[in-house]
Ligand binder design. Structure first.
Ligand code: CA
Length: 748
């Protein structure tokens, strides 16, 4: 013992805690080597303290045996001031371990997990706790290189009061694994965590929390998920993917999160006291029920817009004798005392088709409250629902019940109670309980760590005045801070260098039509990670660009991007992109992803290439280049290429996009160039939502829409096509006629 003391050259703080047969010690370590020395001989009650500062490329193995009375702890000297950066991670193995106060940021894990409750398959952690830990944007720069941030193995572990924010690469944020007996019936507790904003991934693999996998889904997990706050967890269609039995999902709040809590596999789960605030945000959903013996009780849902499998409430059809990874029939579900306020869609027997032909049985739907100020209950029925008994449900006045029995229509207003939820003014005792106490954002997560907004908003910084001058704009962008607005004085601006953009910037004319930009390189702005661009009221003239084919006014980085970006062009004139052939306005790179692109009130003329090229993910993996594409109120003249080429291939159904919205444009001679191989003015492959309306096409190529998977929603309405071929829609996967709504289009 004395000998090992003398080997330890660093300081350890010498206050000794007595326990029965060992001295508990506190070690302050300052380097990974020091950590390694102490960590090999930790005893119950020991406390390892990482010195404040940044630890780079530190892979921590925390392996020890504590006791219930005397756990072994690993903590930050000061919570929040120990930063794990670079290629770092943490593995726990042993018993009664506690980790606290660490922050993972500015890096990513070199392995499949940032925090893993096991060293390897043979050495797991049990009775251990991770608390007050932060993982902030610790994402692999290769966006489609999968990893998970937290993986729980073993039994009786707790993960609480942590922040998991900004996962940008593929792979579920947090998973509970049940792959052998050592991790089944685990009684883990996951509570009071802040699951912060997770941006749209643009592919499958963006779930926030998964409990189990289909393979072991008939095994019970006994995991409790309670009092967590899910803030804009938008990765993909599943926010929580429950894939095991006997879990309890209690009192969590889902704030403006796109997707649903899905009881995907496993039986006998309890979903109680959860609150969903959609606030009308696109694709916000609630609860999706599959399998046996599920109880969904006393939940509150408000302002949810989601439809189909992403609805506010869904009961699925099953597959008879289902394989373990398909859909087991809903049997013996109890759905009671839930409140649904302005929930746009409630689907029963959803997904009914030749394969999913087993409707719900032995189930009850009772004492639920549905309030909707659009005078509809939002209910759609896709198969026989005689296996669900309906009783004691209440609908607000004006609603004609979609289901004959078990729904009473009652006249009542709603008022917001102190807990933030709406209740009937008349005191009717239906729906969620008045004693519900939704957890607040400030009550969850690491107490020392701010809950920052995920993106810098356009125009959130200062206004900076810019005068014409050689490279004045280039310098101004370089000197600006993210969020700033560059206000350009009247005059002409030559831009002799490509602007590589890694911040959020608005470039705006002080006076509309009095500022002209002349890019002199093949590209004006190249948007890289952290870059977002807004152009307002400018004239951009391409005539001084090099006389070579394939110029691109705006583009994303040629390197794969980890961050989503935003692009807006408003009230501008873009002209003479025609010094040579194939001069494109915007070209998205492979593995780039726009949260949105919005071009509006802009005149675009004399272009030899395409306007928006969003067609780089041709490997058919369900990956695509933009979530929302808006193209409204523009005037186009003499554009040889297409307005948009959008490609989303593959058969996966885990995404909501791409969305394409095109309204009120006037097009003259668009899409007719001999190099426009699509021979269309708009070409969409695999878009999930398309609205094309009130456009006037003259002497132009047509619209070409290919539906693939996911029951896409397409409307083409109130357009005029003069000397322009009529729009074409084809179904590439579904049998039968196409499902697009084609209304009031005039073709002449
Ligand atoms: Ca998925």
């Amino acid at each position: 013992m004395q000998r090992s003391f003398s080997l330890i050259v660093f300081t350890y703080v010498a206050f000794f805690l007595f326990s029965q047969n060992t001295f508990a010690r506190e070690y302050l370590v300052k380097t990974p080597d020091e950590y390694k020395q102490v960590s090999s001989s930790l005893k119950a009650g020991d406390d390892v303290v990482l010195a404040n500062g940044t630890w780079t490329n530190f892979e921590i193995l925390f392996k020890a045996k504590g006791t219930k009375e005397a756990p072994v702890t690993l903590r930050a000297e000061t919570a929040g001031q120990v930063i794990l950066s670079g290629l770092s991670n943490l593995r726990l193995a042993g018993e009664y371990l506690v980790v606290s106060g660490l922050v993972f940021k500015d890096g990513y894990t070199p392995t499949g997990a940032v925090i893993s409750f096991q060293q390897n398959d043979d050495n797991l952690a049990n009775y251990s706790r991770v608390t007050q830990v932060v993982i902030d944007n610790f994402s692999n720069p290769e966006k489609f290189e999968q990893d998970k941030w937290v993986v729980m193995y073993g039994k009786h572990n707790r993960f609480d009061h942590n922040n998991l924010v900004g996962k940008r690469n593929a792979g579920v944020t947090m998973a509970v694994r049940l792959q052998n007996e050592k991790s089944q019936q685990n009684y883990h507790r996951i509570d009071h965590n802040y699951f912060g904003p997770r941006p749209v991934l643009g592919s499958n693999g963006g779930e926030t929390l998964r409990i189990g996998t289909s393979h072991y889904s008939l095994t019970d997990s006994f995991t409790t998920i309670e009092n967590n706050y899910f803030d804009r967890c938008n990765g993909e269609v599943e926010i929580i993917s429950n894939k095991s039995g006997k879990n309890r999902i209690l009192n969590n709040v889902f704030f403006e999160s796109r997707g649903t809590l899905t009881l995907r596999h496993g039986n006998g789960n309890l979903v109680e006291g959860n609150v969903f605030f959609g606030n009308g945000v696109d694709h916000t959903g609630g609860i999706r029920v599959i399998n046996r013996d599920q109880i969904i009780r006393n939940n509150y849902m408000e302002g949810l817009t989601g439809y189909r499998f992403g609805s506010g409430f869904t009961i699925m059809n099953g597959v008879p004798n289902s394989k373990i990874n398909r859909y087991h029939q809903v049997d013996n579900a109890l759905i009671e005392n839930n409140t649904l306020v302005n929930v746009e869609h409630i689907h029963f027997a959803a997904g009914s088709d030749a394969e999913r032909s087993a409707p719900p049985i032995n189930s009850q739907f009772k004492n639920n409250l549905i309030f909707n100020n659009k005078n509809t209950d939002g209910i759609s029925i896709f198969d026989d629902i005689s296996g669900v008994s309906f009783a004691g449900n209440t609908l607000s006045s004006g609603i004609k019940p979609s289901i004959d029995n078990g729904f009473d229509v009652s006249s009542f207003g709603m008022q917001r109670a102190e807990n933030g939820l709406l209740y009937p003014k008349n005191g009717i005792a239906k729906g969620a309980s008045a004693s519900l106490k939704p957890i607040r954002k400030e009550q969850v997560g690491a107490s020392y760590y701010p809950k920052a907004e995920p993106d810098v908003a356009f125009d959130s910084g200062k206004n900076i005045s810019v005068q014409p001058g050689e490279n004045a704009l280039f310098e101004a962008v370089n000197n600006a801070t993210s969020g700033d607005v560059l206000v350009l004085d009247n005059g002409e601006y030559n831009i002799g260098k490509v602007i590589k953009l890694n911040k959020t910037i608005t470039i705006q004319a002080k006076n509309r039509k009095h500022v002209t930009l002349y890019p002199k390189r093949s590209t004006f702005v190249d948007i890289g990670d952290l870059g977002s661009l807004k152009l307002v009221n400018l004239i951009i003239n391409g005539k001084k660009t090099p006389d070579s084919a394939g110029n691109t006014l705006l583009r994303t980085s040629r390197l794969p991007m980890q961050r989503n970006y935003r692009l807006e062009i408003q009230g501008s004139v873009i002209e003479n992109l025609d010094v040579n052939h194939s001069f494109h306005l915007f070209d998205a790179g492979h593995r780039s992803f726009a949260d949105y692109i919005n071009i509006s009130n802009t005149t675009i003329k004399n272009v030899t290439g395409d306007i928006m090229r969003l067609n780089k993910e041709t490997d058919d993996l369900g990956i695509y280049n933009a979530e929302y594409i808006y193209f409204n109120e523009n005037l186009l003249e003499n554009v040889e290429g297409a307005i948009a080429k959008v490609y989303r291939g593959g058969t996966d159904e885990s995404t909501f996009g791409p969305h394409f919205i095109m309204q009120g444009n006037v097009l003259k001679n668009v899409g007719q160039g001999s190099r426009n191989k699509s021979a269309a003015s708009v070409r969409l492959h695999g878009a999930q939502v398309t609205h094309v309306s009130k456009n006037k096409f003259f002497d132009s190529a047509g619209i070409d829409i290919e539906h693939t998977v996911g029951e896409p929603v397409t409307t083409v309405a109130d357009n005029e096509f003069a000397n322009t071929i009529a729009p074409k829609v084809v179904e590439l996967r579904a049998k039968g006629p196409h499902t697009a709504k084609m209304l009031n289009n005039i073709v002449k």
